[in-house]
Write a protein that binds this ligand. Structure first.
Ligand SMILES: Nc1ncnc2c1ncn2[C@@H]1O[C@H](COP(=O)(O)OP(=O)(O)O)[C@@H](O)[C@H]1O
Ligand SMILES: [Mg+2]
Length: 386
């Protein structure tokens, strides 16, 4: 079972490359499902085939689905939303404004991803290819389960207990709408689903992220940041796809500047993401639409490689012995000293890089030890324990 996720900046070719990968996977005999979780669906356009909210056949062994995140959001979040609306009304916010406030941005995409865990456990597929939302959203949504899960573990049991005691009193005194049990169980169900998908995506043997870039400075810069943050959350990148490279056959001098710029950025990509392999795909003469054109693009991209193989095994997080002490090593490619913050709380290590935060639950071997030092070394955060 393999889950391949494609992400990158808007317009770089995520959908196209994901679709091409799925076509080649199915052609090799794997039962393949391609799912789009990007609310701006364009899978159907890439295949030039009608696709909807349920898996539909595209070609022999290939199925496609454009998840309707709204439906899923409504199903899982309905009870919680109803309560939020009551609270907002109590606070004097009503109508459209309240409707908007009761929707947590990005949550719809999270629910789309949550369906992945069901697809995996169904046993119906050998390979699931995911056409993700652009970088920022994907990151936020990948980190959300962990962040929310952390809060729910600590706050919900307390909140629920407190609720039983306080609710009758509070209800009488302030008329603040108090969350009923159905809100708590809806909340718990949501977090359980998110936790299941987070576990799936963090299983490096099953799930790999492929970063799609075009050889342009801004695109590459953003992809490097994405790489840092994915590592921080324990998601493994097994390849980078450099898409829309100018073919050598283009020799019109008008393109000289672009060819030089592409070559320069390609060098930055190769060096910046090493040892992750960089796959290349040329700018095609026409838009690669439909199974045949996508298959050609896949041949150009993967050559002899099996697109469903694990193309690189990274180790986002590991523990090593070192001169009698132990060290926790976290891959943080491109992380810089000034963005990094570290703190310890009980058996958790809190690592922040820029706006992202992760609470790493320390393994048993480290739990009872003091942190003595930490430093960044060749793209890795090394935390020393006594
Ligand atoms: N290698 C390529 N050669 C030519 N056109 C491409 C190539 N890759 C993508 N495209 C075209 O670029 C546009 C954007 O690609 P798309 O896959 O929709 O990007 P994204 O999903 O990242 O927004 C589409 O019109 C697509 O057909
Ligand atoms: Mg797309």
């Amino acid at each position: 079972m393999r889950v391949l996720l494609f992400t990158g900046k808007g317009g770089v070719g995520k959908t196209t490359v994901a679709a091409a990968t799925a076509v080649r996977s199915a052609a090799a005999g794997a039962r393949t499902l391609i799912v789009s979780t990007d609310p701006a669906h364009s899978l159907a356009d890439a295949f030039d085939a009608p696709l909807g909210d349920e898996p539909a056949p595209i070609a022999e062994g290939l199925w496609g689905q454009q998840l309707d995140a709204r439906i899923r959001l409504e199903r899982s979040w309905g009870d919680i939303r109803a309560w939020l609306l009551e609270v907002l009304a109590w606070a004097g916010v009503e109508g459209i404004e309240a409707e908007e406030l009761a929707i947590v941005p990005g949550l719809d995409e999270v629910f789309a991803l949550a369906d992945l865990a069901d697809h995996v456990s169904s046993g119906r597929w050998d390979v699931i290819v995911v056409d993700c939302a652009p970088t920022a959203e994907t990151l936020r949504l990948l980190s959300l389960p962990e962040v929310l899960g952390w809060y729910v573990d600590r706050l919900f049991p307390v909140g629920r207990r407190l609720n039983r005691v306080v609710a009758p009193v509070l209800g009488r005194v302030t008329s603040l709408p108090v969350a009923g049990d159905e809100v708590f169980s809806a909340g718990q169900a949501v977090f359980d689903r998110l936790e299941a998908v987070r576990e799936l995506l963090a299983d490096v043997d099953t799930s790999s992220v492929r970063l799609v870039v075009t050889p342009e400075r801004l695109v590459v810069a953003e992809a490097r940041r994405t790489h840092t943050y994915l590592s921080l959350f324990g998601y493994a990148v097994d390849a980078v796809v450099a898409n829309r490279l100018l073919p050598d056959a283009v020799d019109d001098p008008w393109f000289d500047f672009w060819k030089a710029a592409h070559a320069e950025q390609l060098a930055v990509i190769e060096e910046g993401f090493a040892p992750v392999p960089v796959l290349r795909s040329e700018l095609r003469g026409t838009e690669p639409i439909g199974v045949a054109a996508l298959a050609e693009l896949a041949d150009d991209l993967y050559g002899e490689l099996d697109p469903t193989a694990l193309l690189h095994r990274g180790q986002p997080l590991r523990v090593e012995s070192h001169d009698g002490s132990r060290r926790l090593v976290q891959a943080l490619p491109f992380g810089t000293r000034d963005e990094l913050a570290l703190s310890r709380r009980d058996d958790e290590l809190i690592v922040s890089v820029g706006p992202y935060r992760r609470a790493i639950v320390l393994p048993d071997s480290l739990r009872a030890r003091e942190v003595t030092a930490a430093h960044l070394e060749e793209g890795e955060l090394v935390v020393e324990f006594a």
